[in-house]
Design a protein around this ligand. Structure first.
Ligand SMILES: [Zn+2]
Ligand SMILES: [Zn+2]
Length: 305
């Protein structure tokens, strides 16, 4: 699957016009299985191998949890049309309320996660989450949705985040992609969550264009290159990478918001995955963090504050 070689900056092969779609909606039957495979592949010879293998198994549990749990209910067609009229996302995460379908999904995911081999911190966190009462689970869901997870509880929130990702991916997949509109820089047009990372993609007829990847529902949306994915500044944007590191990941740093987010080169290696490759490139986070930029792109699987 993977190809060696430097990132390519020539965006469009000769004779081909790039006409990227505005969005690509997630396919819940594939996204978690593919993410699981990518976490497992990245685990080999990795310092954090046991944690990456745990995440691979958790993503596999997200995949399996779809069987036998009810589909979450979409808002009415009227509500979706109204949101569009006002430039709002149809599944605004800030308006999420737990439902019987969500509770069933969370419960099934925890059931499947019970038997996963876990590093000690993940096992201790699992025991706390499995025994949490409804109010504690609700608080975790609110923290995930607000991207404000207490630094000392990051491991606990991994399970709630996984349940929310599954819930939102299943909902988003049933939207009409032609009906989605831009809802503001740094916000997913389906659910309003910020991107976890972005990818320069290699799809036919869109080769070399960039897509932001939603940190919650997995939607990809087209976004111009050399523009901060957090604050939308086009000034003060530059790129850092680790000498001798993989040619498929760079940090896009911004001197306006002093933040950074990863940019992945799917055009170079079709296997890169927005959440897994972001998580597995923590060495780049350390380098960029030491140079003074802050990580502002949320990834609930990253256990550093
Ligand atoms: Zn989204
Ligand atoms: Zn910025």
């Amino acid at each position: 699957m993977s190809k060696a070689g430097p990132p390519r900056h020539d965006p469009v092969p000769i004779g081909e016009v790039a006409e990227p779609p505005f969005v690509r909606l997630p396919d819940p039957k594939r996204i978690f299985a593919e993410r699981a495979g990518r976490f497992a592949a990245l685990a080999s010879n990795h310092q954090l191998a046991s944690y990456l293998l745990f995440l691979a198994a958790l993503c596999e549990a997200q995949h399996q949890a779809q069987d036998g749990t009810p589909e979450p209910e979409l808002p009415s067609a009227d509500a979706i049309a109204r949101a569009r009229e006002f430039g709002m996302p149809p599944l605004d995460r800030n308006r999420f309320t737990a439902s019987a379908e969500f509770d069933a999904t969370f419960g099934r995911l925890l059931g499947l996660a019970q038997t996963i081999e876990k590093p000690a911190a993940a096992a201790a966190a699992f025991a706390r989450v499995a025994n949490a009462d409804a109010a504690m689970r609700d608080a975790m869901i609110r923290n995930v949705l607000a991207d404000s997870i207490p630094v000392d509880q990051l491991a606990d929130h991994v399970y709630a985040a996984a349940a929310m990702q599954l819930h939102f991916a299943r909902l988003t997949a049933r939207l009409d992609d032609k009906q989605l509109v831009p809802v503001g820089d740094g916000a997913c047009p389906a659910c309003a969550a910020p991107p976890v990372s972005s990818m320069v993609i290699g799809w036919p007829r869109a080769h070399g264009t960039r897509f932001c990847a939603c940190s919650l529902c997995g939607t990809l949306w087209n976004y111009v290159r050399i523009k901060c994915t957090i604050c939308a500044s086009t000034a003060g944007v530059s790129y850092r990478e680790i000498d001798g590191g993989p040619a498929t990941v760079k940090a896009e740093t911004c001197d306006v918001c002093h933040g950074y987010a990863k940019m992945l080169y799917q055009a170079t290696d079709m296997a890169v995955e927005p959440m897994a490759d972001d998580m597995a490139s923590l060495g780049l986070d350390m380098l960029v963090g030491e140079a003074g930029w802050s990580r502002l792109a949320p990834n609930p699987f990253v256990l550093t504050g």
